[in-house]
Design a protein around this ligand. Sequence first.
Ligand SMILES: Cc1cc2nc3c(=O)[nH]c(=O)nc-3n(C[C@H](O)[C@H](O)[C@H](O)COP(=O)(O)OP(=O)(O)OC[C@H]3O[C@@H](n4cnc5c(N)ncnc54)[C@H](O)[C@@H]3O)c2cc1C
Length: 384
Amino acid sequence: MRIEISELPEETQLIVGELKNLLKKHLNEELIAEHEQKKRLPQHVLGALFEQGFMGMLTPEEYGGSPSTMTTLAAVGEEIAAAWASLMLAWSVQNTLAPTALLIAGSEAQKRAWLPRLAQRDLGAFALTEPECGSDSAALQLKAAKTDHGWLLNGRKIFISNAVGGKIATVYARTAPPKHTGISAFMVDMEAATANGGLKINQQMEQKLGVNASPIAELVFDNCELPRDALVGEEGQGFILAMKTLDVGRVTIAAQALGVARSALAAAKEYMGERSAFGRKLKELDKLRAKLAHMQTKYDAARLLTFRAAWLQDEGKEFTRLASEAKLFATKAAEEITNDAVQIHGGVGVILPVERLYRDAKVFSIYEGTSEIQENIIARELLD
Ligand SMILES: Cc1cc2nc3c(=O)[nH]c(=O)nc-3n(C[C@H](O)[C@H](O)[C@H](O)COP(=O)(O)OP(=O)(O)OC[C@H]3O[C@@H](n4cnc5c(N)ncnc54)[C@H](O)[C@@H]3O)c2cc1C
């Protein structure tokens, strides 16, 4: 597939070029299909991403990372998603959701303890959602009680990506009753917590609509003891840290949507050149030509919004509204583009690989803030 990255900065192009070699070497359709069935990501591919510096892209070098611009992060995210949305989800959580609270508010000792692990070897999760609340995360109930030695966690999280096979989690818990200001962020060594019986990680085995190779899990905390220094930032700062983390994550989810949309567009274009109906190639049929034109236009508009949000962040400018606009628009565009790609393929559209793109695209408008929540954020930034 032809990939137009020439308009991106040279450094970004170099990094994306390295990534393309990595993906070409390690991925093929058989491996992807097999792991989508198994509901697991291949360890050797995650290992290659760690080894080649793709897992700590917002983490400074002194903490073991390979720091990049947000523009590069978005371009890398788009590229991984164009190859495999499930892999991109794990990559995205690792680079944005897992380390951002530490990067913003961690003490020097916490950064030294956790960030090199997250950047170089240990899969990390972000645990905010609970059975009774997702969008309304300020209502979370998982309790963190102060003890003489540290903290005791009790409660449940669900839908947690990167927990199966993961070693570290940033966990949001209630330390006081007030809705927003009673939430705090904690670093949890999931391996240690599981070993001492305070944590159970239960993979949710239901067949998901999409991103099946990226497993989700329920985390059950049962008198899970944490040391005093597990608290990240101040007590009560957790909600703000979670929201700032999601701002960063949203740009990469918009990039995930771009990658999947780009692959669907490429597949549709190729098929229109191959398939004939009524004695003419599909690419000669006006209705399909118009469909493809709309698909490309939506992709291009989504790409402009996504890279604008990334650029604002690189410039140190306010980017909350643009990140939400990018996620809202790009995820909708991906749903529509993948739908049209299936339609253009006719019967074979419901068979791999284009059908996977269609299924994968749906979840982008749900996680890291649903589309309705993005609308609320955009309206709040405009009006309140
Ligand atoms: C594959 C997958 C991976 C995930 N990974 C993670 C993870 O790693 N960590 C994590 O913490 N969570 C994760 N999640 C959870 C995800 O972030 C939540 O599912 C999402 O935020 C929505 O929350 P909910 O499911 O509770 O839906 P609800 O909040 O119950 O929403 C139901 C519906 O009501 C709408 N709604 C809710 N409030 C409003 C409002 N104020 N105005 C208008 N409409 C509203 C929603 O948009 C939605 O349409 C994952 C989910 C999936 C599917």
